[in-house]
Design a protein around this ligand. Structure first.
Ligand SMILES: Nc1ncnc2c1ncn2[C@@H]1O[C@H](COP(=O)(O)OP(=O)(O)OP(=O)(O)O)[C@@H](O)[C@H]1O
Length: 621
């Protein structure tokens, strides 16, 4: 493969400048305190269950601060790094308070606690945690509502009685509107886990419906917001549904690493400070700068290195759209697995367009596996506690530093080790500065080092004559030729039949569509006009950019190849006097959220209809 000499000098300079900037001081959080659950005067059966069923005894720092505050009846806004035990922060005091209620809680009391989470998998996981905690208290009934399940079955369970209700926002709103037997008159706990995500676009409307239905009835209640990325928006929400909350934020800052329980909500400091995010200390974060046309073969080589040429790696690969996940799953299962006998090179996929039972089955299978690769969208970015994940690969960059934190937070949990790799094109390297603004520093992994793993297997040996001498030039040439063989393998599969060609084109179209949904403040880094269409096509195994891409998605001044010139002719070149800065189309923030949101409740009708409308509008432009 020709070395990519194409990045413009200025991009190269920019890349070097960005990568050579001094690493920022990352915020550190002490994971464990010296206290234990038995110090909290909890019901002895609850302590026994924590010790014996959940195998936890010592309190984490955030649990030491949060549990006493909630046991005392306070509201709380909780911020602590990913994998630090925030679920038990609210689950333990919640179970402790319900089990002590007199008269004893009964199913017919209906919902006493409401827990809202952004994704179905997280709802399922949270439900399973409560099932374990409630073993000694069988009279308290947990229940989960999530999209994809038959509404009728859920209605029946609601009618029978659920005391601890765990739900995704959209599904809960659907039941509030259509299930007469759902009543919130007895709700005394409201928990918003991953609160900044639940506040995000696409959910805010649902949340308003939920808060209104709660506020209209019911006793005074305790409210808890939790997230590893507490942001200004969450603090604003805190004003909406928290009363005189305790603000809990575990950090290694000079003041103290344990704020006392009577700490009041801090005044938000300057934007950058209040949004500096803690990253697990044992997480090693890398970035690889890779031109678009080499992205696919770089990802393939990385996966081969971790799951074929070495073992015991469990890898999550984040990709921006469902279609691209489907495409890469078919491609890698066909091309990469065929050369590999070992089961480590198994691929699973997870995204919002899959049927619920398949999503649940994949989630459980990957949770329990020792190795393998999960190709997924951001539906798996938050909250999921997947054991022994060793690598997080962000094949498409996240839409914010906060989403970066949650994605990498799927590894290095509760003090464990972990690694992450972020793919950036040369034009996207300013995102490293965006991360640095949030106290996140990454080190560079060389593209050549990733591709050099192909030397371990002559399956990819080039056809050229190799000089046996070990000079680095010959070695580099060898590596480049092996990468070319692998890229050719991938392209041959894509072009082997109409179905895989169509899948590749759909994947590219969805990638371009997702690329238009980066927030405005990041568009100077991620803008569709900066994409090279021909090189982007290569990253989908396409030898040429697909014809007929809707004009809204064709980067105006980046048409390069013959077929692109044809496309340009057909689409018509931009009007002469057109203001180059003027947007060719504008995707509203809300529509962007709908497109971007992988968290639909599975409700047919409104969300799906709106989404279809937005996509049609895109294609009509
Ligand atoms: N006190 C503890 N001691 C040991 N392990 C714990 C303790 N509390 C929780 N854990 C474990 O730590 C893991 C992470 O917990 P949890 O998923 O609640 O983290 P989190 O802070 O909510 O993460 P995220 O921000 O990603 O949602 C889980 O496997 C949980 O069982």
């Amino acid at each position: 493969m020709r070395s990519n000499s194409s990045p413009a000098n200025k991009q190269e300079t920019q890349k070097q400048e960005t990568l050579s900037q001094p690493s920022v001081s990352q915020i550190k959080e002490k994971i464990f305190s010296s206290d234990s659950f038995s110090d909290l005067h909890l019901h002895p059966h609850l302590v026994a269950t924590l010790n014996k069923v959940l195998n936890v005894s010592r309190l984490t720092s955030v649990q030491k601060q949060t549990i006493p505050a909630l046991l005392s009846g306070r509201d709380a806004a909780v911020r602590s790094q990913t994998g630090s035990g925030k679920t038990l922060c609210y689950a333990v005091p919640l179970v402790q308070s319900l089990q002590s209620m007199e008269p004893k809680v009964s199913r017919s009391d209906g919902p006493l606690a409401l827990i809202v989470v952004p994704t179905r998998e997280l709802a399922l996981q949270t439900f399973q945690t409560f099932q374990k905690l409630l073993k000694p208290f069988t009279w308290i009934v947990p229940g989960v509502l999530m999209g994809g399940e038959k509404r009728k079955a859920e209605k029946a369970r609601i009618r029978k009685g659920i005391n601890i209700l765990i739900s995704t926002p959209g599904r809960l709103v659907d039941h509030i509107k259509h299930t007469l037997s759902i009543a919130f008159s007895a709700v005394s706990w409201l928990v918003l886990d991953e609160a900044d995500r639940t506040l995000d676009l696409g959910f805010e409307k649902d949340l308003t419906v939920i808060l209104n239905s709660l506020n209209s009835t019911g006793p005074t209640r305790q409210n808890v917001l939790l997230s590893a990325t507490l942001t200004q928006a969450v603090i604003r929400l805190a004003d909406v549904c928290l009363k005189d909350p305790v603000s809990i934020s575990v950090s290694g800052s000079a003041s103290s690493d344990l704020t006392t329980a009577d700490n009041v909500m801090p005044e938000p400091a300057t934007a950058s400070q209040s949004e500096s995010f803690a990253i697990p200390e044992a997480l090693k974060q890398d970035v690889v700068v890779v031109p678009s046309k080499v992205r696919l073969v770089c990802l393939a080589a990385f996966i081969l290195d971790k799951c074929k040429f070495s073992n015991n790696n469990k890898v999550i690969v984040f990709i921006s759209s469902c279609e691209a996940v489907e495409f890469l799953d078919i491609l890698f299962n066909s091309v990469l697995s065929k050369h590999s006998a070992n089961q480590e090179l198994s691929f699973l996929r997870l995204h919002g367009n899959m049927k619920q039972e398949e999503r649940s089955q994949v989630f459980q299978e990957f949770s329990g596996s020792q190795s393998g690769v999960l190709l997924c969208t951001d539906v798996a970015a938050r909250g999921l506690d997947l054991l022994q994940v060793t690598w997080i690969v962000q094949y498409t960059p996240p839409t914010s530093a906060a989403e970066y934190v949650h994605r990498v937070g799927r590894t290095a949990r509760i003090g464990g080790k972990g690694n992450s790799l972020l793919f950036l094109t040369p034009a996207e390297t300013p995102f490293i500065t965006e991360l640095a603004n949030h106290n996140i520093s990454v080190s560079e992994m060389k593209l050549e080092d990733i591709l050099s793993c192909l030397m371990k297997d002559d399956t990819y040996k080039g056809r050229g004559k190799y000089h046996s001498q070990t000079s680095s030039q010959a070695l580099q040439q060898d590596i480049r030729e092996r990468a070319t063989v692998l890229q050719t393998d991938l392209e041959n599969f894509v072009h082997s039949d109409a179905q895989s060609l169509q899948a590749a084109k759909k994947a590219m179209q969805s990638f371009l569509r997702a690329y238009t949904t980066y927030p405005a403040y990041l568009k100077h880094i991620f803008h569709i006009r900066r994409l090279h269409l021909g090189h982007t096509a290569k990253s989908f195994g396409l030898r040429d950019a697909p014809q007929g891409l809707s004009s809204a998605l064709v980067p105006r001044n980046r048409v390069r190849s013959r077929s692109q010139h044809q496309a340009k002719k057909r689409l018509g070149s931009p009007k002469k006097n057109q203001n180059p800065g003027r947007k060719r189309f504008h995707l509203g923030q809300r529509e962007a959220g709908l497109l971007r949101s992988e968290f639909s409740s599975g409700l047919e009708g409104e969300v799906a209809k709106k989404k279809r409308k937005v996509i049609q509008q895109l294609e009509m432009d």
